[in-house]
Write a protein that binds this ligand. Structure first.
Ligand SMILES: Cc1ncc(COP(=O)(O)O)c(C=O)c1O
Length: 428
């Protein structure tokens, strides 16, 4: 068991047909490398798995996973829509060429200016609370304004408790028991509610909670359809499809998963006479997670009380290990087939003890100058990167058939200082 690696004739790791060591030489490190075809294939895999069973499908790529414009452009070309959670994501989606009607804004604790921005942008608004509904009614003319609601189905799942977004501890959505009332409220205000949405969490490899959420949301939709005038144009089950991060984890059986989800969906459509709404999903991680590597150069091998391999990236570039204790597989890009000889710690260059990419990880003999490739760094990686420790954020390159393009330039110190001002009185 393990991850399939592309190894070129020189024995180096190859990403999208490009030699990882050459990319590191050309663009410097740390460096994000995004494999374009992997993004496209992932999208196509999800799309075809579900359309095999139900043709009226719309995917909204959850761009919080990776907001690189080139990545978003690729997904626009593939036919995706966008799940946006902030005005910045709406702005980026429109810049990437998405039709506003294919952008679903699911904000949380949204302020009026943000609602105004979303309304002015012409995107669809997925309402998260009764407060938001009433404020939206003041901001737009509700007549003919189509909305949907995010509902908490009281089912949650995810790879870490911070990533569980359903259930009684969750801040997201309206309660399932108030769903009929909020749809009635929306109708009374003059809105046209046309959709229902949920998103129960992120990093789900076990289909069961997802299936339960689908059933529950469909029962809620049925209740709404039978007790109000609402005619659903779309039903959105959110994202959350997980990917294996450790070599031991199994990937989702997408065909089986899609068949089961669509089966439940269709049964409930029939049971409640809901018609044939568009089925929506919002995968983020699944589309981009395994499409990127973070390359980092080993600059220090230190034998302390433990053996540390120190690299020129840190949690400012990839937060997941420090934030969630997440495992990211590491290969040595200049000798990916070398045998594992010892269990060591791989540490970043941020001044915090928690800045570790791996603890006690079996790895080959590593020397200073080696290049490590941290796998599955496409989702919630650059999008969570920061300038902590006043470190400029890395560059991103997009590779396809061996060709590479810089799709985000490496930041400079000036970028880190950008927008800061020292008051004149301190300059005397
Ligand atoms: C509303 C919404 N949809 C979709 C997603 C995508 O989740 P994932 O990247 O796990 O597919 C998220 C992630 O938090 C979300 O908040």
């Amino acid at each position: 068991m393990g991850f399939d690696l592309d190894i070129n004739e020189k024995g180096n790791l190859s990403i999208g047909g490009a030699d990882a060591t050459e990319l590191a030489e050309e663009y410097g490190t740390p460096l994000y490398v995004i494999d374009e075809m992997r993004v496209r294939d992932n999208y196509r895999r999800v799309y075809s798995a579900f359309t095999k069973y139900y043709s009226d499908l719309q995917l909204f790529y959850a761009c919080k996973a990776n907001t690189n414009l080139a990545v978003m452009r690729i997904l626009q070309e593939e036919g995706s829509g966008i799940d946006a959670v902030s005005p910045g994501e709406i702005y980026t989606a429109l810049l990437a060429g998405f039709d506003p009607q294919k952008v679903l804004f699911t904000g949380n604790n949204v302020k009026n200016e943000e609602l105004q921005f979303a309304a002015d942008s012409g995107v669809r608004i997925n309402v998260d609370s009764v407060s938001q509904l009433h404020r939206l009614a003041q901001i737009v003319d509700p007549a003919d304004f189509k909305i949907s609601f995010r509902v908490n189905p009281m089912v949650g799942a995810g790879h870490h408790e911070h990533c569980i977004t359903g259930g009684e501890m969750s801040k997201f959505g309206v309660m399932e028991k108030e769903a009929v009332d909020v749809y009635k409220m929306a109708l009374e205000l003059g809105f046209e509610p046309v959709g229902i949405h949920t998103h129960i969490g992120s990093g789900i490899l076990d289909p069961e909670p997802f299936k339960l959420a689908v059933q529950t949301l469909m029962d809620i939709a049925g209740d709404v359809a039978q007790n109000t005038e609402v005619d659903f144009e779309f039903i959105d089950f959110g994202g959350g499809l997980g990917i294996p991060y450790t070599p031991e984890e199994h990937e989702l059986d997408l065909d089986k998963f899609a068949g089961e989800i669509v089966g439940l969906f269709k049964d409930k459509l029939g049971q409640y006479g809901i018609g044939k709404p568009t089925m929506c999903l919002e995968p983020g991680r699944y589309i981009v997670g395994d499409a990127s590597y973070l390359l980092a150069r080993v600059n220090t091998v230190k034998q302390s009380y433990r053996k540390f391999v120190g690299v020129d990236a840190g949690f400012n570039t990839l937060l997941r290990p420090s934030m969630y204790g997440s495992y990211h597989h590491i290969v040595v890009a200049n000798k990916p087939q070398a045998p594992e000889v010892e269990a060591i710690d791989v540490a970043g260059n941020v001044c915090e003890s928690g800045d570790l990419f791996a603890r006690d990880r079996p790895l080959p003999e590593i020397e200073e100058g080696d290049l490590i490739a941290i796998m599955n760094a496409g989702a919630y990686a650059f999008s969570m990167a920061s300038q902590y420790n006043s470190r400029p954020r890395p560059a991103e390159v997009l590779v396809k058939e061996g060709e590479s393009d810089v799709v985000r330039e490496r930041e400079t110190f000036a970028d880190v200082l950008n927008k800061q001002n020292v008051p004149v009185r301190l300059l005397k």
